[in-house]
Design a protein around this ligand. Structure first.
Ligand code: ZN
Ligand code: ZN
Length: 76
């Protein structure tokens, strides 16, 4: 399984638009993967932004790397 190795231009985004703003709904993605995955789905739900604590936790958990795996999104 290959994982994206980008460590620059990474940001924490929501895994699911209706999944809330807890750590379990956070994923770290680089700009490329973020664009490949696209914005939130059809129902256009805008989730609450993550708190700084959640953002820091998510980055730490991801070891400051993009968490995308091609398997899921086929973006690289
Ligand atoms: Zn990536
Ligand atoms: Zn990707």
């Amino acid at each position: 399984m290959s994982r994206c190795t980008q460590t620059t231009n990474i940001e924490v985004r929501h895994l699911r638009s209706d999944g809330g703003n807890g750590i379990s709904n956070a994923i770290v993605l680089c700009k490329i993967c973020n664009a490949a995955i696209g914005f939130y789905d059809k129902n256009n739900v805008k989730p609450e932004p993550f708190s700084q604590v959640v953002i820091e936790k998510a980055l730490k958990k991801a070891e400051n790397r993009c968490q995308c795996t091609c398997k899921i999104h086929g973006c690289h």
